[in-house]
Structures are given as structure tokens and as C-alpha cells.
Write a protein that binds this ligand. Sequence first.
Ligand SMILES: *Cc1c(COP(=O)(O)O)cnc(C)c1O
Length: 444
Amino acid sequence: MIPDPVAAGQVEPPLAGEGPLPAHLLPDTAEVGPDGRLSIGGVDVVELAGELGTPVFVYDETHLRSRCREAVAAWGEGAAYASKAFWCRAMARLVAEEGMSVDVSTGGEMHIALAGGVPPRRLVLHGNNKSDAELAAALSAGVGRIVVDSFDELDRLERLVPHAGGGTRPAVWLRVTPGVEAHTHEYVRTGQEDSKFGFGLASGAAGAAVARVRSPGSALELCGLHVHIGSQIFALESFAHALGALAELAVPLDLPELSVGGGLGVGYVEGEPTPSMADWASTVRAAARAAGWPEGVRLSAEPGRAVAAAAAVTCYSVGTIKDLPGIRTYVSVDGGMSDNPRPVLYGSGYETFLPRATDASRPWRITLVGKHCESGDVLVRDGQLPEGVSVGDVVATPVTGAYGHSMASTYNKVPRPPVVFSSGGSARTVVRRETYDDLLALDT
Ligand SMILES: *Cc1c(COP(=O)(O)O)cnc(C)c1O
């Protein structure tokens, strides 16, 4: 994944305000009672945290489903959920029920997709270094599209396909690096195409790959090209720009399909916008027309974060409060970089709030840290909380549904938190909490 623009130093996350948590950062079904308590899917969040323990990822199932529906409404058959954002069997089932295709980039993600009942035809296999075993598994499962990323992969596929059985040639896309660097508020053309992903456009690699897959006797059927310019993109023109860069090569090929990848941005903190799937799709559609693609080309997109991020909040318990006068106040919780590595990896910003007083103003500036043996184990630098928070309180961070659970580790042998889907007044655990015995399960 291309790092967040925040990490690249292009934008500073806005400082959290002292007002109440902006309601739009909470999942769709979030409700705040007269007493200030938060419910998600009709379930009281503090009570749920009390029952299940903390940390816990609480997902709004309705929110996940409605983002999937928006994606399908915007992109039709071309809507593919990027599983790396958040993946488990229950999510695979949900996505399949909502009619989305699924972007998987490893054998492991593919395994979970199949375990969740995603039809193989609806899988799009990505990856810059797919192994023989992954490609063979994809071919024998009959995945819908393989997104070829390198000449070595073409060699591998050509070796594997005659052995895969069946008469039809596997349908592939070629991933092209268009030489466009996505920024949050602007785009720039990069002179060189310094990326481990895809075939470069300017170098001629993309053209050469097209010629090879289209040569007579090819084992593969070229159905389209794929570009993915990054993640957490707010400036929709960046997608248009990528299509513009691709057009000279792609339009004359007259391929039936074209994928713009994922990357639609999501607001994490006050003041950040969240562009809609519909705007994304209409911008891309207009750009494709303007760049010369015919009306009938099937456009695809692969939203991950935009489906899952705002669907969840993470609840933690406060264990220690350390006030360093004149420096800062550290509020330590029972998770940290093991359940949300994004702040450490990308410098990403989050909000903090108290689900027992969700709409309270938050005048108290704190730094929310985890329990890991690293000074860098920061969840929220300069977060805001209401006054009166004490040890034992449940604090929460919103918009943690993407790249939290999926990037979680057991660093310091901290067991990974459970995942709960809440809807219609009840909550079901879809991934249980890891146990100390699980931590030993792989030791021989
Ligand atoms: C990561 C990734 C996505 C999803 O990105 P989001 O920012 O989560 O939407 C889609 N397609 C590809 C190829 C990716 O690598």
C-alpha cells in the first residue's frame, strides 16, 4: 500500500477540537442517549465492553452493508471490496451477500474469501509477488481475474496454465503504474515510476506486457488494465489524472474492462471530508469518457477503507494516567500499536472520546498511548477527552474499522482483540479474543 499522505509529510492531521466528537465520525446507526451513552446497532457500547472486556472492535453491521450497497450502486458489477482493509469469515459472508466482488492479494486472503462463501468468479487476485502455489490455487479455484504485476509472473502463469486444466484461458488484467502520485489535495506527475507494483508506463514495460499477453498462442486472455494510485485519496481528480496518463496506451487496445483500484479517502478526524462512492464513480466515469474510453467499458473499483473504516470504533480501558506538568498527560490503555499500528506507521490522526459521555465537550488534552514497550506506542497524540476521565473508564477511538484489526499483531504477546458485529439490538462476536494459549498454539 502506498503510505498515507500524512506519513509522507504532505499534510498534518488537523488538531482535535475541544468540542464534542463530531457525530459524523461515528458509524451510521450510532445513537447517543439522553445520558450521553453511545449505542451502535442498538447495543450499549460501554455495557458491551464490560461484557466482552477490552480492547474490542465494535462494528456497525448496518454501516458495512450500506457502504457495500453504495459501492454496488456506484460501480455495479465492477465493485470489489479490498479485503486487506478488514477481513474475516463474517466479513467475507457479508460482502458476498451484498453482491460485491473481492480483491484479494495473497493466498491467505483468498482462503478466507472462499471460506466465507465468496464465489471464486468474484475474486480478483492481486499481489506483486504471487507464488506458484498462490497462482496454482487461483487457477484451480477459477478466480475471476488475475491482476498480473510483473514479467516473472507472466512466466509463472505461462508455465502453470497448461497444467491447470480446462479449455478457457484465464482472464487477466495488467497492473500499470501510471506515473501519477496521489496527494490529498493535489496531484503531481512523477517523472520516474519508482514502485514495486505493476508495469511502468513511461519505461515501456506496460506496452511490452500488453504485446506479450496479446501475442498469438498466449495462454492468457487480456481483459483490461488496472491502476491503483494510492490510498486515502481525497482529491478525486487524482483518479482522473491516472486515467489520462493511461489513455494513450489503453484506449487503442479497446479492452472491455478498466479498473481504477481503491484508495477513496475517509475522514478520521474533525474537518476531514469523506467523498462519496457516487462522486468517485461519476468523476472516474467522466474522466474515462474524456480520455477516450468508449461508453461500454466496464469500470471497476476496489474500495477497502471507504467500506470498513468508519464502521467501527475501538473501545479500550484506561489503566494509568500520568500527568507530566508542563509536558503532557499520558492516558494509557490496554491495547496500542498491536491493534492499531497506523499512527506508528503513518503518523495517522484519530479522535478520542468517552462512550459514557459521547456528546460531552472535550477540553482535556491528552496523549493516548498503549501498553507496549515502545515510546512510539502512541494511539492518539494530542487527543481531547472530557474532564473527569479516570482509571477504569472506557475510552474509544472512532473510524478504526480499516487497517486496524487487519494489521494487528501480537507484539509483546498481547492477544489480539475480538471483533463484534452489532445490529438490530444485538451483538455477535465474529472473531473471538485471542487467548494466552493461542499465543502458544504454533510453538512446537
Ligand atoms: C490497498 C488496495 C486497495 C484498497 O485501498 P483502500 O485505500 O483501502 O481503498 C485496492 N486495490 C489495491 C490493488 C490495493 O493495493
